[in-house]
Design a protein. Sequence first.
Length: 259
Amino acid sequence: MNLQSPISSLQSPVAPSRIHILGIAVDDVLPDEAMERLAGWLAQGGPHHVVTVNPEFVMEARRNPAFRQVLHAADMALPDGVGLLYAARFLGMPLRGRVTGVELTHRLAALAAERGVRLFLLGAAPGVAEEAAAALVSRYPGLTIAGCYAGTPQPRHEPFLRQLIAAARPDVLLVAYGHPRQDMWIARNQPFVQVPIAVGVGGVFDYLAGHVPLAPAWLRRLGLEWLYRLLKQPHRWRRIFTAVVAFTWAVVTKGKAEG
């Protein structure tokens, strides 16, 4: 791995300021700042755990103490969902922007292609990680994919997955089991696999593979991705209700007390 650059020379990247939304930690970090920090970690070695927090994460963590502990222990908690930006502004501690899982994955792939960093894609449905990897390699020539595997987040399969990942020697591990399973998996297994950067990326592989369309840019700018998802995937209505309606109600009624 070749990380000779002004960014990679950072030995102790400055931690971003951290706020709490409904008691859940979120870092006030922009994409360039997140990548600067990640590049520093790649130069240092692992292990580090990055979570991509959205309103669903917050609502799950409020009722799941184990998941809440994992989020608070993460080395960086990126503000993924646009709902977090609205909530933070309402609560009087605005975030400067968001870092989505899709954008983070693309930026990591670009960095990896440039500097010889090895990626491992774990999770999603069988074959999807391989399709996502092929899409990344096509877009970022020179990218090295250390491995792809669907597997499951069930604890009984963890010894095999640890061996598989250790043998592949990745620098970045992207885990797509959905919340809270992906981040619980990382928290349990990072002490064994010791990957410099492990990130839970949710449905990113499905987007990269073309199985799920990404909302148009103008809808994303307006914060209406949830509406696009509802129209395209109406079976997700419960998740969208949690992320939009239940989260908003909790912020308005309890946010200042739990922040």
